[in-house]
Design a protein around this ligand. Structure first.
Ligand code: HEC
Length: 451
Protein backbone atom coordinates (compact mmCIF):
# COMPACT_ATOMS: atom_id res chain seq x y z
CA UNK A 1 0.00 0.00 0.00
CA UNK A 2 2.08 2.87 -1.23
CA UNK A 3 -0.10 5.62 0.11
CA UNK A 4 0.29 4.12 3.58
CA UNK A 5 4.02 4.12 3.20
CA UNK A 6 3.87 7.83 2.55
CA UNK A 7 1.81 8.41 5.67
CA UNK A 8 4.37 6.61 7.75
CA UNK A 9 6.69 8.65 9.91
CA UNK A 10 9.87 7.03 11.19
CA UNK A 11 9.27 5.79 14.72
CA UNK A 12 11.50 5.61 17.74
CA UNK A 13 11.89 2.24 19.39
CA UNK A 14 9.51 3.36 22.16
CA UNK A 15 6.79 4.05 19.66
CA UNK A 16 7.36 0.71 18.03
CA UNK A 17 6.89 -1.04 21.37
CA UNK A 18 3.64 0.85 21.73
CA UNK A 19 2.52 -0.20 18.26
CA UNK A 20 3.20 -3.80 19.15
CA UNK A 21 0.94 -3.51 22.20
CA UNK A 22 -1.70 -1.95 20.01
CA UNK A 23 -1.44 -4.93 17.68
CA UNK A 24 -1.95 -7.32 20.60
CA UNK A 25 -5.03 -5.36 21.60
CA UNK A 26 -6.54 -5.35 18.12
CA UNK A 27 -5.99 -9.09 17.79
CA UNK A 28 -7.57 -9.73 21.15
CA UNK A 29 -10.70 -8.06 19.86
CA UNK A 30 -10.69 -9.22 16.27
CA UNK A 31 -9.71 -12.90 16.48
CA UNK A 32 -12.41 -13.99 18.96
CA UNK A 33 -14.98 -11.91 17.12
CA UNK A 34 -14.23 -13.30 13.67
CA UNK A 35 -14.12 -16.79 15.20
CA UNK A 36 -17.60 -16.27 16.59
CA UNK A 37 -18.97 -14.94 13.31
CA UNK A 38 -17.59 -17.88 11.36
CA UNK A 39 -18.59 -20.47 13.94
CA UNK A 40 -22.17 -19.23 14.31
CA UNK A 41 -22.49 -18.95 10.54
CA UNK A 42 -21.45 -22.58 10.08
CA UNK A 43 -23.75 -23.80 12.85
CA UNK A 44 -26.69 -21.76 11.57
CA UNK A 45 -26.32 -23.10 8.03
CA UNK A 46 -26.01 -26.63 9.36
CA UNK A 47 -29.14 -26.48 11.54
CA UNK A 48 -31.05 -24.65 8.89
CA UNK A 49 -30.41 -27.43 6.41
CA UNK A 50 -31.39 -29.95 9.04
CA UNK A 51 -34.55 -28.01 9.79
CA UNK A 52 -35.64 -27.81 6.17
CA UNK A 53 -34.92 -31.48 5.44
CA UNK A 54 -37.02 -32.82 8.31
CA UNK A 55 -39.08 -29.70 9.08
CA UNK A 56 -37.73 -29.49 12.59
CA UNK A 57 -38.93 -26.18 13.98
CA UNK A 58 -36.70 -26.31 17.07
CA UNK A 59 -33.57 -26.70 14.89
CA UNK A 60 -34.76 -23.75 12.83
CA UNK A 61 -35.24 -21.60 15.91
CA UNK A 62 -31.85 -22.62 17.20
CA UNK A 63 -30.23 -21.56 13.91
CA UNK A 64 -31.96 -18.21 14.16
CA UNK A 65 -30.92 -17.75 17.80
CA UNK A 66 -27.32 -18.55 17.01
CA UNK A 67 -27.16 -16.00 14.21
CA UNK A 68 -28.78 -13.37 16.42
CA UNK A 69 -26.18 -14.14 19.06
CA UNK A 70 -23.43 -12.24 17.22
CA UNK A 71 -25.30 -9.97 14.82
CA UNK A 72 -27.20 -7.96 17.37
CA UNK A 73 -25.68 -4.64 16.42
CA UNK A 74 -23.99 -3.33 13.30
CA UNK A 75 -21.72 -0.90 15.09
CA UNK A 76 -20.33 -3.78 17.13
CA UNK A 77 -19.42 -5.45 13.85
CA UNK A 78 -17.62 -2.31 12.71
CA UNK A 79 -15.95 -1.79 16.08
CA UNK A 80 -14.87 -5.39 16.59
CA UNK A 81 -14.16 -6.25 12.96
CA UNK A 82 -13.35 -3.37 10.64
CA UNK A 83 -11.65 -1.03 13.09
CA UNK A 84 -9.19 -3.61 14.47
CA UNK A 85 -8.28 -4.77 10.97
CA UNK A 86 -7.57 -1.26 9.78
CA UNK A 87 -5.63 -0.39 12.93
CA UNK A 88 -3.58 -3.54 12.47
CA UNK A 89 -2.90 -2.47 8.88
CA UNK A 90 -1.61 0.90 10.12
CA UNK A 91 0.53 -0.73 12.80
CA UNK A 92 2.15 -2.99 10.24
CA UNK A 93 2.65 -0.09 7.84
CA UNK A 94 4.76 1.51 10.57
CA UNK A 95 6.45 -1.61 11.89
CA UNK A 96 7.33 -3.02 8.48
CA UNK A 97 8.15 0.32 6.89
CA UNK A 98 11.09 0.02 4.45
CA UNK A 99 10.79 -3.76 4.37
CA UNK A 100 9.99 -5.39 1.03
CA UNK A 101 6.73 -6.89 2.30
CA UNK A 102 3.28 -5.32 2.14
CA UNK A 103 1.39 -6.85 5.06
CA UNK A 104 -0.73 -3.76 5.64
CA UNK A 105 -2.00 -3.90 2.06
CA UNK A 106 -3.12 -7.50 2.57
CA UNK A 107 -4.85 -6.55 5.80
CA UNK A 108 -6.75 -3.87 3.93
CA UNK A 109 -7.94 -6.52 1.51
CA UNK A 110 -9.00 -8.60 4.51
CA UNK A 111 -10.95 -5.61 5.82
CA UNK A 112 -12.81 -5.25 2.52
CA UNK A 113 -13.61 -8.98 2.45
CA UNK A 114 -14.81 -8.70 6.02
CA UNK A 115 -17.18 -5.86 5.16
CA UNK A 116 -18.66 -7.84 2.26
CA UNK A 117 -18.98 -10.94 4.44
CA UNK A 118 -20.71 -9.11 7.26
CA UNK A 119 -23.14 -7.41 4.88
CA UNK A 120 -24.19 -10.87 3.67
CA UNK A 121 -24.35 -12.09 7.25
CA UNK A 122 -26.75 -9.32 8.21
CA UNK A 123 -28.83 -10.03 5.11
CA UNK A 124 -28.92 -13.65 6.19
CA UNK A 125 -30.11 -12.67 9.63
CA UNK A 126 -32.73 -10.30 8.24
CA UNK A 127 -34.05 -12.85 5.80
CA UNK A 128 -34.58 -15.24 8.73
CA UNK A 129 -36.80 -12.67 10.33
CA UNK A 130 -38.51 -11.63 7.10
CA UNK A 131 -39.27 -15.23 6.33
CA UNK A 132 -41.05 -15.69 9.65
CA UNK A 133 -42.97 -12.48 9.22
CA UNK A 134 -44.16 -13.49 5.77
CA UNK A 135 -45.14 -16.91 7.01
CA UNK A 136 -47.15 -15.40 9.82
CA UNK A 137 -48.78 -12.95 7.40
CA UNK A 138 -49.80 -15.61 4.89
CA UNK A 139 -51.38 -17.57 7.73
CA UNK A 140 -53.66 -14.78 8.87
CA UNK A 141 -57.23 -15.23 7.60
CA UNK A 142 -58.69 -12.02 6.21
CA UNK A 143 -56.38 -11.24 3.26
CA UNK A 144 -57.51 -10.74 -0.31
CA UNK A 145 -56.21 -13.15 -2.92
CA UNK A 146 -53.84 -10.75 -4.61
CA UNK A 147 -52.09 -9.94 -1.40
CA UNK A 148 -51.88 -13.63 -0.62
CA UNK A 149 -50.13 -14.45 -3.91
CA UNK A 150 -47.82 -11.49 -3.36
CA UNK A 151 -46.88 -12.81 0.03
CA UNK A 152 -46.32 -16.27 -1.36
CA UNK A 153 -44.11 -14.92 -4.14
CA UNK A 154 -42.11 -12.91 -1.66
CA UNK A 155 -41.78 -15.94 0.59
CA UNK A 156 -40.29 -17.98 -2.21
CA UNK A 157 -37.83 -15.26 -3.09
CA UNK A 158 -36.81 -14.79 0.52
CA UNK A 159 -36.32 -18.51 0.82
CA UNK A 160 -33.92 -18.61 -2.10
CA UNK A 161 -32.14 -15.41 -1.07
CA UNK A 162 -31.66 -16.46 2.48
CA UNK A 163 -30.04 -19.75 1.67
CA UNK A 164 -27.69 -17.90 -0.65
CA UNK A 165 -26.86 -15.15 1.84
CA UNK A 166 -25.83 -17.69 4.43
CA UNK A 167 -23.42 -19.37 2.02
CA UNK A 168 -22.04 -16.10 0.66
CA UNK A 169 -21.38 -14.68 4.08
CA UNK A 170 -19.60 -17.85 5.15
CA UNK A 171 -17.54 -17.77 1.97
CA UNK A 172 -16.40 -14.18 2.46
CA UNK A 173 -15.77 -14.54 6.17
CA UNK A 174 -13.64 -17.61 5.54
CA UNK A 175 -11.78 -15.69 2.87
CA UNK A 176 -11.21 -12.88 5.38
CA UNK A 177 -9.82 -15.41 7.83
CA UNK A 178 -7.56 -16.88 5.17
CA UNK A 179 -6.09 -13.54 4.15
CA UNK A 180 -5.82 -12.38 7.76
CA UNK A 181 -4.12 -15.55 8.95
CA UNK A 182 -1.83 -15.47 5.90
CA UNK A 183 -0.81 -11.85 6.55
CA UNK A 184 -0.07 -12.39 10.22
CA UNK A 185 1.88 -15.52 9.37
CA UNK A 186 3.82 -13.65 6.69
CA UNK A 187 4.63 -10.80 9.05
CA UNK A 188 6.15 -13.21 11.55
CA UNK A 189 8.32 -14.95 8.97
CA UNK A 190 10.95 -12.51 7.74
CA UNK A 191 12.60 -15.16 5.57
CA UNK A 192 9.60 -14.96 3.23
CA UNK A 193 9.45 -11.16 2.99
CA UNK A 194 11.64 -10.99 -0.06
CA UNK A 195 9.68 -13.59 -1.99
CA UNK A 196 6.03 -12.81 -1.41
CA UNK A 197 4.84 -10.31 -3.95
CA UNK A 198 1.10 -10.86 -4.16
CA UNK A 199 -1.89 -12.06 -2.22
CA UNK A 200 -1.50 -15.46 -3.88
CA UNK A 201 1.85 -15.92 -2.19
CA UNK A 202 0.31 -14.88 1.12
CA UNK A 203 -2.45 -17.43 0.95
CA UNK A 204 -0.69 -20.40 -0.59
CA UNK A 205 1.91 -21.44 1.90
CA UNK A 206 1.81 -24.49 4.10
CA UNK A 207 2.03 -22.31 7.19
CA UNK A 208 -1.02 -20.32 6.14
CA UNK A 209 -3.10 -23.38 5.26
CA UNK A 210 -2.32 -25.08 8.57
CA UNK A 211 -3.12 -21.89 10.42
CA UNK A 212 -6.32 -21.45 8.49
CA UNK A 213 -7.58 -24.94 9.38
CA UNK A 214 -6.58 -24.15 12.94
CA UNK A 215 -8.54 -20.90 12.80
CA UNK A 216 -11.71 -22.60 11.54
CA UNK A 217 -11.44 -25.28 14.21
CA UNK A 218 -10.86 -22.57 16.79
CA UNK A 219 -13.99 -20.81 15.48
CA UNK A 220 -16.09 -23.90 16.10
CA UNK A 221 -14.52 -24.35 19.51
CA UNK A 222 -15.15 -20.71 20.44
CA UNK A 223 -18.72 -20.86 19.22
CA UNK A 224 -19.39 -24.09 21.12
CA UNK A 225 -18.18 -22.41 24.31
CA UNK A 226 -20.22 -19.29 23.57
CA UNK A 227 -23.42 -21.25 22.83
CA UNK A 228 -22.97 -23.29 25.96
CA UNK A 229 -22.48 -20.18 28.03
CA UNK A 230 -25.34 -18.33 26.34
CA UNK A 231 -27.95 -21.00 27.07
CA UNK A 232 -26.65 -22.55 30.26
CA UNK A 233 -24.83 -19.95 32.25
CA UNK A 234 -26.05 -19.66 35.81
CA UNK A 235 -29.15 -17.43 36.20
CA UNK A 236 -29.56 -16.82 32.49
CA UNK A 237 -32.68 -15.15 31.18
CA UNK A 238 -33.52 -18.15 29.00
CA UNK A 239 -35.42 -20.00 31.65
CA UNK A 240 -38.29 -19.57 29.21
CA UNK A 241 -36.50 -21.08 26.20
CA UNK A 242 -38.27 -24.25 25.16
CA UNK A 243 -36.59 -27.45 26.20
CA UNK A 244 -36.38 -28.60 22.58
CA UNK A 245 -34.14 -25.72 21.66
CA UNK A 246 -32.07 -26.12 24.81
CA UNK A 247 -31.61 -29.78 24.02
CA UNK A 248 -30.38 -28.97 20.52
CA UNK A 249 -28.11 -26.23 21.85
CA UNK A 250 -26.64 -28.60 24.39
CA UNK A 251 -26.02 -31.40 21.93
CA UNK A 252 -24.61 -29.06 19.34
CA UNK A 253 -22.32 -27.23 21.75
CA UNK A 254 -21.03 -30.31 23.55
CA UNK A 255 -20.36 -32.32 20.41
CA UNK A 256 -18.77 -29.47 18.48
CA UNK A 257 -16.80 -28.51 21.56
CA UNK A 258 -15.49 -32.01 22.17
CA UNK A 259 -14.52 -32.68 18.57
CA UNK A 260 -12.85 -29.32 18.03
CA UNK A 261 -10.97 -29.48 21.34
CA UNK A 262 -9.59 -32.86 20.35
CA UNK A 263 -8.46 -31.61 16.93
CA UNK A 264 -7.01 -28.31 18.19
CA UNK A 265 -3.99 -29.78 20.03
CA UNK A 266 -3.06 -31.72 16.91
CA UNK A 267 -3.20 -28.53 14.87
CA UNK A 268 -1.16 -26.72 17.50
CA UNK A 269 1.47 -29.44 17.22
CA UNK A 270 1.49 -29.09 13.47
CA UNK A 271 1.80 -25.36 13.99
CA UNK A 272 5.01 -25.78 15.95
CA UNK A 273 6.53 -27.39 12.91
CA UNK A 274 5.51 -24.72 10.45
CA UNK A 275 6.55 -21.80 12.66
CA UNK A 276 9.67 -20.38 11.02
CA UNK A 277 12.75 -21.70 12.81
CA UNK A 278 13.85 -18.15 13.47
CA UNK A 279 10.78 -17.41 15.57
CA UNK A 280 10.64 -20.52 17.74
CA UNK A 281 12.19 -19.52 21.05
CA UNK A 282 11.89 -21.23 24.41
CA UNK A 283 9.19 -18.74 25.44
CA UNK A 284 7.07 -19.43 22.40
CA UNK A 285 7.49 -23.13 22.89
CA UNK A 286 6.33 -22.84 26.49
CA UNK A 287 3.25 -20.91 25.36
CA UNK A 288 2.45 -23.66 22.89
CA UNK A 289 2.54 -26.19 25.71
CA UNK A 290 0.26 -23.99 27.84
CA UNK A 291 -2.21 -23.59 24.98
CA UNK A 292 -2.29 -27.32 24.44
CA UNK A 293 -2.86 -27.94 28.13
CA UNK A 294 -5.79 -25.53 28.19
CA UNK A 295 -7.43 -27.19 25.21
CA UNK A 296 -6.92 -30.65 26.69
CA UNK A 297 -8.57 -29.54 29.93
CA UNK A 298 -11.48 -28.13 27.89
CA UNK A 299 -11.75 -31.41 26.00
CA UNK A 300 -12.01 -33.33 29.25
CA UNK A 301 -14.70 -30.90 30.50
CA UNK A 302 -16.67 -31.38 27.30
CA UNK A 303 -16.31 -35.13 27.55
CA UNK A 304 -17.44 -35.12 31.15
CA UNK A 305 -20.51 -32.98 30.38
CA UNK A 306 -21.41 -35.12 27.39
CA UNK A 307 -21.14 -38.30 29.42
CA UNK A 308 -23.23 -36.99 32.28
CA UNK A 309 -25.48 -34.97 30.00
CA UNK A 310 -25.08 -31.78 32.03
CA UNK A 311 -23.60 -28.33 31.43
CA UNK A 312 -21.92 -27.59 34.69
CA UNK A 313 -18.53 -26.52 33.30
CA UNK A 314 -19.97 -23.88 30.95
CA UNK A 315 -18.51 -21.05 33.08
CA UNK A 316 -15.06 -22.58 33.52
CA UNK A 317 -14.80 -23.31 29.83
CA UNK A 318 -15.40 -19.69 28.86
CA UNK A 319 -12.82 -18.64 31.40
CA UNK A 320 -10.27 -21.05 29.92
CA UNK A 321 -11.17 -19.86 26.42
CA UNK A 322 -10.34 -16.26 27.33
CA UNK A 323 -6.96 -17.31 28.77
CA UNK A 324 -6.38 -19.31 25.62
CA UNK A 325 -6.94 -16.27 23.40
CA UNK A 326 -4.69 -14.05 25.46
CA UNK A 327 -1.83 -16.57 25.41
CA UNK A 328 -2.33 -17.34 21.71
CA UNK A 329 -2.13 -13.67 20.76
CA UNK A 330 0.95 -13.13 22.93
CA UNK A 331 2.55 -16.15 21.28
CA UNK A 332 1.91 -14.75 17.79
CA UNK A 333 3.29 -11.40 18.80
CA UNK A 334 6.41 -12.97 20.27
CA UNK A 335 6.97 -14.88 17.04
CA UNK A 336 6.64 -11.64 15.10
CA UNK A 337 9.04 -9.92 17.49
CA UNK A 338 11.75 -12.53 17.25
CA UNK A 339 11.58 -12.87 13.54
CA UNK A 340 11.66 -9.16 12.80
CA UNK A 341 14.62 -8.10 14.98
CA UNK A 342 16.65 -7.08 11.95
CA UNK A 343 13.78 -5.04 10.63
CA UNK A 344 13.53 -3.12 13.90
CA UNK A 345 17.22 -2.35 13.96
CA UNK A 346 16.89 -0.98 10.42
CA UNK A 347 13.92 1.11 11.53
CA UNK A 348 15.73 2.50 14.55
CA UNK A 349 18.63 3.53 12.32
CA UNK A 350 16.21 5.08 9.90
CA UNK A 351 14.65 6.96 12.80
CA UNK A 352 18.00 8.32 13.96
CA UNK A 353 18.81 9.42 10.45
CA UNK A 354 15.40 11.06 10.21
CA UNK A 355 15.96 12.91 13.48
CA UNK A 356 19.31 14.20 12.24
CA UNK A 357 17.67 15.45 9.08
CA UNK A 358 14.88 17.19 10.93
CA UNK A 359 17.38 18.75 13.33
CA UNK A 360 19.47 19.94 10.42
CA UNK A 361 16.47 21.38 8.59
CA UNK A 362 15.41 23.26 11.67
CA UNK A 363 19.00 24.30 12.47
CA UNK A 364 18.87 22.73 15.92
CA UNK A 365 20.67 19.87 17.56
CA UNK A 366 23.44 18.07 15.80
CA UNK A 367 27.00 18.51 17.09
CA UNK A 368 27.65 22.17 17.74
CA UNK A 369 30.78 23.28 15.91
CA UNK A 370 32.73 25.70 18.04
CA UNK A 371 35.11 28.00 16.15
CA UNK A 372 37.09 28.69 19.30
CA UNK A 373 37.74 25.01 19.95
CA UNK A 374 38.91 24.43 16.41
CA UNK A 375 41.12 27.50 16.56
CA UNK A 376 42.75 26.40 19.81
CA UNK A 377 43.20 22.89 18.50
CA UNK A 378 44.43 23.60 15.02
CA UNK A 379 45.69 27.11 14.52
CA UNK A 380 47.51 28.31 17.64
CA UNK A 381 50.55 26.25 16.78
CA UNK A 382 51.32 28.64 13.95
CA UNK A 383 49.27 31.76 14.61
CA UNK A 384 48.76 34.51 17.11
CA UNK A 385 46.74 37.64 16.71
CA UNK A 386 49.52 40.14 17.35
CA UNK A 387 52.76 38.29 16.83
CA UNK A 388 54.38 36.45 14.05
CA UNK A 389 54.83 32.71 14.63
CA UNK A 390 55.13 30.30 11.73
CA UNK A 391 52.39 32.20 10.01
CA UNK A 392 51.62 35.92 9.96
CA UNK A 393 49.77 37.63 12.85
CA UNK A 394 46.04 37.77 12.13
CA UNK A 395 46.05 41.50 12.92
CA UNK A 396 48.07 42.07 9.76
CA UNK A 397 46.16 39.90 7.32
CA UNK A 398 42.55 40.15 8.46
CA UNK A 399 41.93 43.72 7.22
CA UNK A 400 42.32 42.20 3.75
CA UNK A 401 39.27 40.09 4.35
CA UNK A 402 37.02 42.74 5.81
CA UNK A 403 33.53 42.21 4.38
CA UNK A 404 34.77 39.12 2.63
CA UNK A 405 34.12 36.27 5.03
CA UNK A 406 33.62 33.76 2.17
CA UNK A 407 37.08 34.65 0.88
CA UNK A 408 38.60 33.93 4.29
CA UNK A 409 36.69 30.64 4.56
CA UNK A 410 37.89 29.67 1.11
CA UNK A 411 41.49 30.40 2.07
CA UNK A 412 41.31 28.36 5.29
CA UNK A 413 39.78 25.47 3.40
CA UNK A 414 42.28 25.66 0.66
CA UNK A 415 45.34 27.85 1.46
CA UNK A 416 47.32 29.27 -1.47
CA UNK A 417 50.71 30.92 -1.48
CA UNK A 418 50.42 34.58 -0.53
CA UNK A 419 53.42 36.16 1.14
CA UNK A 420 56.99 35.32 -0.05
CA UNK A 421 58.27 35.98 3.50
CA UNK A 422 56.42 32.96 4.82
CA UNK A 423 56.37 29.33 3.97
CA UNK A 424 53.08 28.10 2.46
CA UNK A 425 50.31 27.24 4.92
CA UNK A 426 49.41 23.56 4.87
CA UNK A 427 45.76 22.70 4.30
CA UNK A 428 44.08 21.92 7.62
CA UNK A 429 41.56 19.33 6.41
CA UNK A 430 38.55 21.14 7.84
CA UNK A 431 34.95 20.64 6.75
CA UNK A 432 33.21 23.67 5.24
CA UNK A 433 31.10 24.24 8.36
CA UNK A 434 34.22 24.06 10.55
CA UNK A 435 36.14 26.49 8.35
CA UNK A 436 33.15 28.81 8.48
CA UNK A 437 33.06 28.64 12.29
CA UNK A 438 36.78 29.24 12.76
CA UNK A 439 36.75 32.12 10.28
CA UNK A 440 33.87 33.74 12.14
CA UNK A 441 35.75 33.23 15.38
CA UNK A 442 38.98 34.94 14.35
CA UNK A 443 37.10 37.80 12.70
CA UNK A 444 35.07 38.34 15.87
CA UNK A 445 38.11 38.31 18.15
CA UNK A 446 39.95 40.61 15.80
CA UNK A 447 37.08 43.08 15.59
CA UNK A 448 36.53 43.09 19.35
CA UNK A 449 40.12 43.29 20.52
CA UNK A 450 42.56 44.36 17.82
CA UNK A 451 40.80 46.67 15.48
C1 HEC B 1 51.61 24.66 10.13
C2 HEC B 1 51.43 26.08 10.44
C3 HEC B 1 50.08 26.70 10.21
C4 HEC B 1 48.91 26.30 10.72
C5 HEC B 1 48.60 25.06 11.61
C6 HEC B 1 47.92 27.26 10.27
N1 HEC B 1 48.50 28.21 9.51
FE1 HEC B 1 47.64 29.85 8.72
N2 HEC B 1 49.30 30.35 7.87
C7 HEC B 1 50.53 29.70 7.97
C8 HEC B 1 51.53 30.33 7.12
C9 HEC B 1 52.95 29.89 6.99
C10 HEC B 1 50.86 31.37 6.45
C11 HEC B 1 51.43 32.30 5.41
C12 HEC B 1 51.17 31.69 4.07
C13 HEC B 1 51.46 32.58 2.91
O1 HEC B 1 51.52 33.84 3.13
O2 HEC B 1 51.52 32.06 1.82
C14 HEC B 1 49.48 31.35 6.97
C15 HEC B 1 48.52 32.28 6.56
C16 HEC B 1 47.26 32.36 7.11
C17 HEC B 1 46.32 33.41 6.83
C18 HEC B 1 46.58 34.63 5.92
C19 HEC B 1 46.15 34.33 4.52
C20 HEC B 1 46.41 35.49 3.60
O3 HEC B 1 45.57 35.67 2.71
O4 HEC B 1 47.41 36.21 3.84
C21 HEC B 1 45.23 33.12 7.54
C22 HEC B 1 43.91 33.93 7.59
C23 HEC B 1 45.45 31.89 8.24
N3 HEC B 1 46.73 31.45 7.97
C24 HEC B 1 44.51 31.27 9.06
C25 HEC B 1 44.76 30.05 9.66
C26 HEC B 1 43.78 29.36 10.43
C27 HEC B 1 42.33 29.82 10.70
C28 HEC B 1 44.33 28.22 10.85
C29 HEC B 1 43.69 27.12 11.70
C30 HEC B 1 42.59 26.47 11.12
C31 HEC B 1 45.68 28.22 10.39
N4 HEC B 1 45.93 29.34 9.62
C32 HEC B 1 46.58 27.21 10.62
C33 HEC B 1 50.79 28.60 8.77
C34 HEC B 1 49.81 27.87 9.46
Amino acid sequence: MNFLDELVLPQSSHHMELLKYLLVLTYLIFIPYLSLLIGTNIIAIFYNKKASSNSDSAAYKFAKDVIDLVTFNRSVTIGFGVVPLISAAFCYAQLLHLSPVNVSGYLFIAAILFVIGSIFLYSYKNSFHLRDILKAASGSGNLDDRLKTDINNMSEKTEIAYNKFGNYSLFFLLLTALVFVGSVKLASDSTRWEHVESIVGVVFSIGTIVNFVYFVTLSLFTTACAVLFYYFRPNNEFGETSNDIKEIAKNSALNTGLVSSIILPLLLLLNIFVVPGLGLTAGIFALFIFLMLIVVICASFFYNMLKNSNTRYSGSIVFLLIIFFVLAVIKDQMAFDTSSQKQFIALVENYEEYQRQVAEELGIGGTVISGEEIYNGRCVACHQFEQKLVGPPHKDVLPKYEGNLPGLVAYILNPVKVDPNYPPMPAQGLKPAEAQAVAEYIVNVYEEQYK
